[in-house]
Design a protein around this ligand. Sequence first.
Ligand SMILES: Nc1ncnc2c1ncn2[C@@H]1O[C@H](COP(=O)(O)OP(=O)(O)OP(=O)(O)O)[C@@H](O)[C@H]1O
Ligand SMILES: [Mg+2]
Length: 253
Amino acid sequence: MSDELIIRDLRVAVEGKEILKGIDLTIGRGQVHAIMGPNGSGKSTLANTLAGHPKYVVTQGDILYKGTSLLEWTPDERARRGLFLAFQYPMAIPGVTVANFLRTALNAKRRANGNGKAISIPEFRKLMTEKMQLLKLEPAFATRYLNDGFSGGEKKRVEILQMAMLNPEFAILDETDSGLDIDALRIVSEGVNALAGTNLGILLITHYQRILNYIHPQFVHVLVNGKFAVSGGPELALQLEEKGYDWVKGNGE
Ligand SMILES: Nc1ncnc2c1ncn2[C@@H]1O[C@H](COP(=O)(O)OP(=O)(O)OP(=O)(O)O)[C@@H](O)[C@H]1O
Ligand SMILES: [Mg+2]
């Protein structure tokens, strides 16, 4: 059984308009892939399609997850089976602490995977302490109410902590629309770096070239007008920094 996330000749339409025009991408466990590209090129459309958003209609191709098509799975099923989608991000829930929220999320995943027993409190605390240390989070953070007055950077921290706790096999992080400042960008980067190499496959969508000063993906893909115009290694990001997207747009036609 193939232990990869394989996107094969994927075409996606939104409200009758074709946005993705044939995407091929294979992400192995432990690999970090970055997708960059100009505004409106289809990056978030790809993320939303992977998440199973009903508005995004796959008109051709497939997405294979460990050898099986995931197209028929609900967003919830995708998450339970090991995909982590960063934008499925909870609203502020006053009265629910970060720790409680994470324990509930973790137990839901365990139940869904046939492990009916809830995690014991000591076991949960140990796991959370370990992950918080990995992400360099202050212990006091766990007892704050979820997203209640959190800064943008703090929200990002919870998201990355959630990812670390749920221990997904693949994570799709669409950082484009979330108004990341340089601080939040650094937090996401540190989280990704800490978790990369733990057998987690990461698809990082960004139009900030800056993020690649912090994260070093093995693969960089540039999406232009619904297709990859060029794919390469980390050096591609540097070339983009220097030459801008016009350079790859020329490449893609
Ligand atoms: N839900 C939707 N309804 C209508 N049009 C949509 C929807 N989602 C995406 N589109 C259209 O698809 C195209 C690609 O949008 P998408 O959000 O995927 O781009 P992007 O590469 O993520 O851009 P950005 O860098 O600005 O985040 C745009 O023309 C957009 O208007
Ligand atoms: Mg986007």
